[in-house]
Design a protein around this ligand. Sequence first.
Ligand SMILES: NC(=O)c1ccc[n+]([C@@H]2O[C@H](COP(=O)([O-])OP(=O)(O)OC[C@H]3O[C@@H](n4cnc5c(N)ncnc54)[C@H](O)[C@@H]3O)[C@@H](O)[C@H]2O)c1
Ligand SMILES: [Zn+2]
Ligand SMILES: [Zn+2]
Length: 334
Amino acid sequence: MKALVLTGTKQFDIEDLPTPEIGPHDVLIDTAYAGVCGTDHDLYAGRPGSAAAVPPIVLGHENSGVVAAVGEQVTRVKPGDRVAVDPNIYCGQCEFCLTQRPELCDHLSAVGVTRNGGLAEQFSAPASVVYPLPDNVSLKSAAAVEPISCAVHAVDLLKLHPYQKALVIGDGFMGQLFVQVLQAYGVHEVDLAGIVDEKLKLNAERFHVVNTYNTLRESIPEGRYDVIVEAVGLPSTQAQAIAAANKGAQVLMFGVGPQEAVFEMNTYDIYKKQLTIQGSFINPLTFSDAIALLSSGKVDVDSLISHEFALEQVQDFLDGAITGVSKAVVRLAE
Ligand SMILES: NC(=O)c1ccc[n+]([C@@H]2O[C@H](COP(=O)([O-])OP(=O)(O)OC[C@H]3O[C@@H](n4cnc5c(N)ncnc54)[C@H](O)[C@@H]3O)[C@@H](O)[C@H]2O)c1
Ligand SMILES: [Zn+2]
Ligand SMILES: [Zn+2]
């Protein structure tokens, strides 16, 4: 089978790999689509994602496909089923797994990070992370189940109410997903700050964003928001998120900055405004919710996926040679 193998830092080779072997609890999947995100940029450049990727490895952690074969103990899915695959596999034995915080697992493994992923014609995964898709969810949009599931985990960590005014900072794919997920969870006003006029316009027109701010020329009102989602990961946008906080606000720090990055904030505000500053890491057990959000139409990704690449184009994309990409998926089959 054809696979894009990361063979070293910023090195890819297209190789002909043997079909992955499956054990009794595993599923072999014919890949349909694999989404590519900032994590792949990091792994390609030799930086860790949720874990380190050690070459040679096949990336691709946002995968959909069709079940090709199942191990003898598998009852969850059968050959021919259309599925999305949660990349993250938890050990089930460590103190974090055993206290209902598996995302913090000491022995996390992940499809497309620590084991071969979906940038190949086939990949395997334990049946426990393979989710059948409803008929009305396309394989292409199912490549977005993983990013949606990360947003679902994040909002699960917040206390959301309809009265709240929410602000998302960051008009990338995740920020735009947050707009829809916050609305789906009942928040009545969701605003968006970004730097790309077309994306701000799309979200205002199509997703009913009330106020948009292009922060290249407009400032975000201070002290206005009850919920702020920071989805960029820069010290400057993290500081903006804190400045936008109303009394009692929850500030979700979702963006991933460089490992050594710090930002300054007035710590008296934490006390005086009773702020909650919340981190969020990956997507424990939120795949079913993410699939339901797609199936119900509460989250639409078709208007956000801007590019469909072949395996051969991935390196150019990660090298920055293809610009104007809002969200890219790699098409392996369909
Ligand atoms: N916590 C998690 O589990 C998790 C999961 C997925 C992604 N992330 C992180 O979320 C962040 C967003 O992900 P993404 O896929 O949307 O990334 P992306 O690269 O697609 O988007 C980043 C966007 O930020 C916008 N931006 C840049 N500077 C800005 C500024 N000053 N103000 C407002 N917007 C600005 C850009 O327009 C860009 O589109 C990344 O840091 C990513 O690593 C975290
Ligand atoms: Zn991703
Ligand atoms: Zn564990």
